[in-house]
Design a protein around this ligand. Structure first.
Ligand code: SF4
Length: 381
């Protein structure tokens, strides 16, 4: 049975992880740029899904679709795909492929079809699957997030319990890279329950890695309340990055409460100041256009942006009502003319990046500073 993987840039890291997982069960996911017999697999996010819908519907081969969008809207995707993998694919995908190869009918846990669905019966233990094999990818060190930010798909896909890959496994895969980039929803939560940091675990991890390690920056940004003097001292001692990236998301306390961030604006300000004091450039993720944002809230975010860019950098994103999140189906609020003017000026000065008016830009931009767009992490922490 020939099994293909539809190459999509945004899903490169998923390809690396699932290629490695399927290899364990004897399936080789061959890269293709259109659907081919016998089976073609896709991983789609909610921004690129419309571009592949017709291709999948018209495919003559068997199609399997997973990824953030399939997890958020499985019934919708099952209207045009043969099988929809919901949530984590490392165990479910090879299990489905084995069933198809053996001609076994009947539902597979974690898979939705036009005929019905069976809930997943497992959660992946990260050490049970390599992060990559011959198809290289970033090393995912942690999965799941106990916070429930209402705009974010991560806890809805991977659950609210944080799981971690062991230090030995991470170190052995890191040896294959000169520049080591790790994936986590919050790198400074490594080894913890995701709410109470365990810096001893972070220290053990960092001290076990060789090469140039990038920690607390893409693709393992951190939460602002995890940025402490001790954490920055550790990163400074062991890592190569000069930037620390974290999301504050809004300059308005009212908005932070509505989106369930679980931290305050003051936490964000303190994180920026600590970064500066320890010689790091703070890179702050912010969002605008929440449906309940008022002119006053927008002004509070603009004030925060003006302050951050004095010593740091802002990555600003237009709010997207992602499927599967509590804010799905809401309407983004357009930025005011005053905001557009200020943001344009800061962007021209190189102080601000991102897109505050066209969400698609954030998903389709070319690689930046060695970054690869990927769909394992939906938004910055
Ligand atoms: S934005 Fe970050 S902290 Fe919030 S739910 Fe998503 S991964 Fe967790």
């Amino acid at each position: 049975m020939r099994v293909n993987w539809r190459l999509i840039n945004a899903a490169r890291n998923s390809y690396a992880a699932l290629f490695a997982a399927c290899s364990l069960y004897g399936f080789n996911l061959r890269p293709v740029d259109n659907p081919l017999e016998d089976i073609t697999c896709y991983s789609l996010n909610s921004l690129n899904e419309p571009s592949y819908r017709d291709e999948i519907r018209e495919a003559t081969c068997t199609t399997i679709v997973g990824g953030p969008h399939a997890t958020a809207c499985p019934q919708e995707v099952a209207r045009y795909a043969d099988y929809v993998v919901v949530g984590e694919g490392e165990f479910t995908l090879p299990r489905l492929l084995a069933n198809l190869e053996d001609g076994r009918e009947g539902p597979v846990p974690g898979v939705v079809t036009w005929d019905g669905a069976l809930p997943a019966d497992h959660a992946v233990r990260l050490d049970a699957f390599p992060p990559f094999s011959v198809m290289k990818g970033y090393i995912e060190i942690s999965r799941g997030c106990p916070f429930g930010c209402t705009f974010c798909q991560t806890p809805r896909i991977f659950g609210s319990v944080m799981r971690h890959r062991s230090i030995d496994t991470i170190a052995s895969f890191a040896r294959r890279y000169r520049d080591v980039r790790l994936v986590s929803p919050n790198a400074l939560a490594y080894g913890s329950d995701g709410r109470r940091p365990r810096l001893g675990k972070v220290e053990k991890l960092l001290s076990s890695l060789e090469g140039k390690v990038y920690f607390g920056t893409f693709p393992n940004e951190v939460r602002p309340e995890f940025v402490t003097g001790d954490a920055l001292e550790l990163i400074g001692r062991f890592c190569a990055n000069t930037r620390i990236a974290f999301g504050i998301q809004s300059g308005s306390e009212r908005v932070l409460g509505r989106i369930g961030r679980g931290h305050t604006v003051a936490d964000g300000i303190r994180a920026v100041e600590l970064c500066r004091d320890h010689g790091f450039t703070p890179v702050v993720d912010l969002m605008m256009g929440f449906p309940f944002e008022t002119g006053e809230d927008e002004e509070a975010t603009l004030d925060l942006i003006r302050w951050v860019v004095r010593a740091g950098h802002v990555r600003l994103h237009a709010f997207i009502p992602l499927p599967g999140t509590p804010l799905a189906g809401t309407s983004p609020r357009p930025a005011s003319a005053r905001a557009e003017h200020l943001l344009g000026r800061l962007a021209l000065a190189g102080k601000l990046t991102g897109s505050w008016s066209d969400p698609a830009i954030r998903f389709s931009r070319p690689p930046d500073e060695g970054r690869l767009a990927f769909d394992r992490k939906c938004t910055g922490s």
